[in-house]
Structures are given as structure tokens and as C-alpha cells.
Design a protein around this ligand. Structure first.
Ligand code: COS
Length: 379
């Protein structure tokens, strides 16, 4: 039996997120993008209303929301600003490996504090020289008695340096491949742990992206998630889930592109008539709508697979790649509908295009998504 209706609870979550976006995100999005600054007050307010760190399970004091709930909320938040949404989404990305690889005791120890006051998590896999080839990581972790000693540099880390906890993936033997990897939880204040903010990003400038530096950073062995050699697989299993919120955010961007285009096109006249009377414009609006509906269905399906414990790697990859490309096209066409006005910051559409470009790159490039889909087909 297929049912496309949301539950009452999901409709309430959607309404809550929509209202939050309207009140707290849309009014400040352009300014924080210009300032390249993370609006911390949004994190605090999201915490207050219950929109932060949604996947923390009940046994660790959280709401334990499912992936479909997250997707519904994510679409709404990204409608307001993909950069601000990334701050909240990247925190979930830092939480999921602890759910995937951590014991119940570790989940309580690391995640309960995030339910007690506003705070973020982060996920550190990519490095200056390794992005797509994640197993080639060079950051090392060496056991010294009962402590891991971490050395190396991580790159492109959302919430990097300001997150209360960061899940860091490291190798116990350089060149040892995926079998020599380990996942370690590093607290913000660990001595030897520092960060540098990456500036002048094209878009998503209200989210903090950092380079992380580890110089003899020591964490107890009890901060290791899973077993020795499990790091890579924990990272992969995490990304198989967290690509769905990227897809949901992309749908939100596309919906915003459509709404802005509709609003502008109804007001703008050319050759004596509103431009909505021309098929050249109508077809662009129709294309956007087709993409949004299709992308949302795929996102919901992938989320439903996660929530029902079924295999979901390929569907998450399809949703992520499809939606980010669909939303890129929608944002691009929204600029076209706006003409010259779309190319300047006075209207929000140029920001949509700058922001959505990253959705094709982070949490695995869309080329990697195609690789995952193809491998699943050929297996
Ligand atoms: N879930 C569980 N296990 C997985 C897995 C998954 N999704 N993907 C791979 N594995 C396992 C494999 O089964 C294999 O295990 P065994 O040796 O026990 O058989 C092991 O991990 C190695 O897998 P594989 O040989 O496929 O690894 P590759 O080095 O070829 O890498 C890709 C695979 C390219 C898919 C991986 O490196 C990747 O996803 N890269 C992108 C990283 C990324 O998304 N970065 C973004 C960072 S967050 S902004």
C-alpha cells in the first residue's frame, strides 16, 4: 500500500520549520552571506524550538527523529538559506557516525550534552589531498597506552573548530587503505586541535567551513567508534544516510527558485504583457515544478528506506545527485527569468545558484554518486 500523505506530527514539524524559516532565516540570510559569518543566534533559536540535532536518540536525551522527518524539515530550512541549513545539517552529519558506530554508552556520553544546550557536531573525513578517495587519508592515529595520538590536517569541514565534538577519521598505517582506518571523537577543547576558517567561498557563506589541524591531539581509547579498521566503513554508512538531507535541501532551493520566479514573472511586463503569458517563461516554471515534484518523491523514498531499515545507498545517491542538479538548473533558470535583475544581489536568485553549486560537490561529488549507483547496478 502506498500512501503519500504526511502524518499529523510530520505536518506539524513542516509547519514549525516553515515558520522558523520565515521568521529567523529569510530576514537575515543575505546579510550573513555578505558578511561570511555564521549566525549563531539561529543555532540557539533552532535549539529552543526543537529543530537542532534531531537524530539524537531518546536514550541519549534527544528526539530521535527519523530521516523522513529530517527531509521534511530540511526542505523548509534550505528554502530560506542553504548556508544556514548546512550548519544544522552538518551537525547531523557529525552525529550519525556516533549512531552508526558508537555504543549506547558513547551515544549518551557524546550526544546528551548536545541536547542540554545549543551546540554542534562535525564530521572530518576530507583532507587537502584526498576528497573522493577517502581511504587514502593521511591523518594518522597512533596508540600510546590508552590514548590515541592524532596528527594531520582535515579540509572543507563544515562547523569545523566550533563544533563541541568532531568525528575524525584517521589511518593507523599510512597507505594501509580502508582496513587501517579508525573513527575517533575529538572534543573542541582538545590540546593541539586548531582550525582555520576558509574564506571567500562562492556560496553558502553563512556556514563555517574550516581546515582542521591536529598536532599530537590525544583522546582516550574510549573515544574510538567501532573497532580498529572500521573507520572507513563508518564514514561510508554515515554518508549513505546523510546524502538524503542534501537532496532535501536541494528541493528547498528549487522551490525557492520557482516561487521567486513566479513572483517576479507575474509582475514583470514585456511587449505590453506580463511575461507569464509567454510560453518561454511558462515552460521554465513548468520544468522547475517537474523537477521539484520528482526530486521530492525520490528524497522521500530514500528516507523511507532508511527509516524502515532497508538498503538505501543507491537511492540516497540518486536523490542527492538528481536533486542537486535539478536545483542547480532551477536556480539558473530563475536568474534567466529575472534577466539582468537576477544577476545582481537585489533579488535572492543569484545567491541560490551560488549556494546550490556546493550541493553537487559535498558529501561526495555527483560523480562519486554515479559511481555508487553504477557499482550497485553491476554487483
Ligand atoms: N557501506 C558499507 N561498507 C562499504 C560501503 C558502504 N556504503 N562502501 C564501501 N564499503 C566497504 C566495502 O564493502 C569494502 O569492504 P571489504 O573490504 O570488507 O569488502 C570497503 O568498504 C572498501 O570499499 P571500496 O573498495 O568500494 O572502497 P573504495 O576505496 O573503492 O571507495 C568510494 C569507494 C569511492 C565510494 C568512497 O571512497 C567514497 O564514497 N568517496 C567519497 C567520499 C565522500 O563522500 N566524501 C565527502 C566527505 S563529507 S563532505
Amino acid at each position: 500500500m502506498i500512501d503519500f500523505s504526511l502524518t499529523d506530527e510530520q505536518r506539524q514539524l513542516q509547519q514549525l520549520a516553515r515558520e522558523f524559516t520565515r521568521r529567523e532565516i529569510i530576514p537575515i540570510a543575505a546579510e550573513y552571506d555578505r558578511r561570511e559569518e555564521l549566525p549563531w543566534q539561529v543555532v540557539e533559536k533552532a535549539f529552543e524550538v526543537g529543530l537542532l540535532n534531531l537524530s539524537i536518540p531518546e536514550h541519549a536525551g534527544g528526539l530521535g527523529l527519523g530521516m523522513l522527518d529530517e527531509a521534511i524539515i530540511g526542505e523548509e530550512l534550505a528554502y530560506g538559506c542553504m548556508g544556514i541549513y548546512t550548519v544544522l545539517m552538518a551537525s547531523e552529519l557529525g552525529i550519525v557516525p556516533i549512531l552508526v558506530g558508537g555504543s549506547e554508552e558513547q551515544q549518551r556520553r557524546f550526544l546528551t550534552p548536545l541536547t542540554e544546550k545549543p551546540g554542534l557536531a562535525a564530521f572530518a573525513l576530507s583532507e587537502p589531498d584526498n576528497g573522493s578517495d577517502a581511504a587514502a587519508m593521511k591523518t594518522t592515529a597512533v596508540l600510546d597506552g590508552d590514548e590515541w595520538v592524532i596528527n594531520g590536517t582535515k579540509m572543507w569541514i563544515s562547523n569545523g573548530g566550533i563544533a563541541e565534538i568532531t568525528v575524525v577519521f584517521a589511518t593507523t598505517e599510512r597507505g594501509g587503505g580502508h582496513g587501517a582506518t579508525v573513527a575517533l571523537v575529538v572534543p573542541k577543547d582538545a590540546p593541539g586541535f586548531s582550525y582555520n576558517k576558509i574564506k571567500h567561498k562562492m556560496g553558502q557563506r553563512a556556514s563555517l567551513t574550516s581546515e582542521l589541524v591536529f598536532e599530537n591531539v590525544r583522546v582516550p581509547r574510549g573515544n574510538q567508534l567501532g573497532g580498529l579498521g572500521d573507520g572507513f566503513k563508518i564514514a561510508m554508512k554515515t554518508l549513505d544516510k546523510t546524502r538524503i538531507p542534501v537532496a532535501a535541501g536541494s528541493v528547498g532551493i528549487a522551490r525557492r527558485a520557482l516561487d521567486e520566479s513566479l513572483k517576479y514573472a507575474k509582475e514583470r511586463e514585456a511587449f505590453g504583457k506580463p511575461i507569464t503569458s509567454y510560453q518561454a517563461i511558462q515552460f521554465k516554471l513548468a520544468e522547475m515544478s517537474m523537477g521539484i515534484e520528482t526530486g521530492r518523491l525520490m528524497t522521500y523514498k530514500a528516507a523511507w528506506l532508511v527509516d524502515s531499515g532497508r538498503p538505501h545507498a543507491s537511492e540516497a545517491a540518486i536523490a542527492k545527485a538528481y536533486c542537486s542538479e535539478m536545483a542547480f538548473d532551477a536556480a539558473n533558470e530563475a536568474i534567466q527569468v529575472h534577466g539582468g535583475y537576477g544577476y545582481v544581489g537585489e533579488y535572492p536568485v543569484e545567491k541560490l545558484l551560488r549556494d546550490v553549486k556546493l550541493n553537487q560537490i559535498y558529501e561526495g561529488t555527483n560523480e562519486i554518486q554515479r559511481l555508487i549507483i553504477a557499482r550497485n547496478l553491476l554487483r
